[in-house]
Write a protein that binds this ligand. Sequence first.
Ligand SMILES: Nc1ncnc2c1ncn2[C@@H]1O[C@H](COP(=O)(O)OP(=O)(O)OP(=O)(O)O)[C@@H](O)[C@H]1O
Ligand SMILES: [Mg+2]
Length: 258
Amino acid sequence: MNYLDFNGVGFGYSEQTPILSQVNLTIGQGERVLILGANGSGKSTLGLLAAGVLQPTRGQLTVGESRHPIRRGIVFQNSRSQMVGASVQEDLAFGLTVLNRPAKEIREKVEQYLEMFGLASKREHGVHQLSGGELRRLGLAAVLITEPDLIVLDEPLAMLDQANQEIVLKILTTLIPKNTAVIWLDHDLRSVRHMPTRYILTPEGHVEPVTLDMLNSREFLAEHGLRPAPLQALEWKYPHLIKNAILGPKAIEVNHHA
Ligand SMILES: Nc1ncnc2c1ncn2[C@@H]1O[C@H](COP(=O)(O)OP(=O)(O)OP(=O)(O)O)[C@@H](O)[C@H]1O
Ligand SMILES: [Mg+2]
């Protein structure tokens, strides 16, 4: 089943400067899609369209199917702008309150998500009392607690240290249900190994498929303003020694005999 169907979608914040010109893209149930693009290429704009925060100024965006409406959620690039409650627990309860869930269910689910996301000791804290990592976990928890069919992640690893990146990746790989579709937006290629389907947002405002061969090319990355994955630079320097750096530590092949 199609969750999102972009058909010739265009968008501009003003008429004179379109950001996206012709986006054609379909995302189905449980599909995991990475969309790469340079700074300012329109990733966040595309994410806001996918999540229904913005509406296309051209073309058509079909959401779900008539008999199967879908629920969408977005984890913003800047988690601070996402928090709507005065405290962590109020923030977690907000989405369920909007969905008109019974008070008992809300209380139980908030408890469960506070535990799952390691935020139980911060339940009374306000947004300014949270670290970057806690804030990102809250952003993810506040979206996932509503059990969306589709979730947009706007640079989910940005501004996090290594330890917090690992925590967020663990959440993304273990706590997102199989049938939930995911759109991950990024300019950093460390995201590539986590997402099987990969596109690039071109300077012309299109979304085109990219292959691993393209993403392994130093020239391609420079031309498109993308940041290499860890160890990719090492592979370019010693191609006879190391392979598959883009796919992460488990996939890397080291030629000990070279
Ligand atoms: N609310 C807005 N009003 C006017 N222009 C905007 C607005 N938001 C973004 N833009 C412009 O739209 C273009 C695309 O911005 P967007 O934030 O979608 O890019 P991005 O790829 O997410 O960038 P980054 O990698 O820095 O997050 C930029 O030129 C930006 O200045
Ligand atoms: Mg952005």
